[in-house]
Design a protein around this ligand. Structure first.
Ligand SMILES: C[S@@+](CC[C@H](N)C(=O)[O-])C[C@H]1O[C@@H](n2cnc3c(N)ncnc32)[C@H](O)[C@@H]1O
Length: 279
């Protein structure tokens, strides 16, 4: 592990404070207002009717007990190298912010998940959400993927410690998935990662290609235009490998152009949208 420079240390600290403060001062009051019926999230498009296709059941998790790694250093690795360096402190910095977002996204997914569903988390990071999802599909499986080897190794260790057997781990660039992913998944869960992808259109096409008929992609990321503007300076300074955030309208367009049949977007928490793209 390389010790961070004093500048990187300060940026990590600033990002941690910004994320914690947004949870305390924005997410928590919004959740309290919602309990009172006073927070009504903005939406775009029609919410798909609840109902889960029969899941494909476990296969990759039965065949791969160990992480499947790419040979050497894959193309584009420089965009995630910083995640290798921060993998050990990622949880402490990001979870206070990401936990409520994962809660909301999982709640939105549940009506569409059969217990035998196969779920892909294409940028699983340290794997906490993927571990949680694996418990929702006891007769299915979760494949946790990430381009960063350091993050993937943390995710694998965490899952083994948590005793999750119905999981597999793949090092993969979101836009260049392994052949085994083609048409394999019933759902994709992608949290706080889309803004890191250098080619969002290629990622959206890869999601479409990885879904079985009737499958859906659930993408949580910074959302409406006001938040995109507000978050840009700190994201550019402190978020390793930041590329760009998107508005709900941009997500809608991107996923329709990638071949999805319908796209619903909801501002699940202030500043955070969840896109539900149906194959
Ligand atoms: C901010 S973290 C989010 C991790 C996790 N989803 C969460 O919510 O905590 C972004 C993740 O995206 C991964 N990532 C960035 N670019 C990627 C790419 N091209 N392909 C796959 N994963 C990528 C990073 O390695 C990192 O683990």
């Amino acid at each position: 592990m390389v010790a961070p420079s004093p500048e990187r240390h300060l940026l990590n600290h600033s990002l941690a404070m910004a994320l914690l403060s947004w949870n305390l001062h924005v997410f928590q009051p919004a959740l309290a207002l919602r309990r009172l019926g006073l927070y009504r999230p903005a939406t775009l498009g029609d919410r798909p009717e609840a109902g889960a296709p029969r899941g494909g059941g476990p296969d990759l998790s039965l065949r791969h007990a160990q992480p499947v790694l790419l040979p050497g250093e894959p193309e584009g690795y420089e965009s995630v190298r910083a995640f290798d360096d921060v993998a050990h402190l990622y949880e402490a910095v990001v979870r206070p912010f990401s936990d409520p977002i994962v809660d909301e996204t999982v709640a939105l997914m549940r009506p569409y998940l059969a217990p035998s569903a196969r779920i892909l988390d294409p940028s699983a990071g340290t794997g906490q959400a993927a571990i949680r999802l694996s418990r929702l599909v006891p007769e299915g499986e979760v494949v946790a993927a990430d381009l960063s080897r350091g993050m993937l190794e943390q995710a694998h260790e965490g899952a083994r410690r948590a005793g999750c057997r119905n999981m597999a781990f793949f090092q993969a660039d979101v836009a260049r998935p392994p052949a085994a992913f083609a048409g394999y998944f019933d759902a994709i869960f992608c949290c706080l990662s889309f803004h890191h992808y250098p080619d969002g259109a290629a990622a959206a096409r890869a999601f479409r290609g990885a879904l079985a008929p009737g499958g859906r992609a659930f993408v949580a990321d910074a959302g409406p235009a006001w938040f995109v503007e507000l978050a840009r300076p700190i994201s550019m300074l402190a978020d390793p490998g930041f590329v760009r955030h998107r508005t709900g309208e941009e997500f809608q367009r991107l996923f329709l152009e990638a071949g999805f049949s319908s796209v619903f977007w909801i501002e699940a928490l202030p500043g955070i949208g969840v896109t539900i793209a149906s194959a």
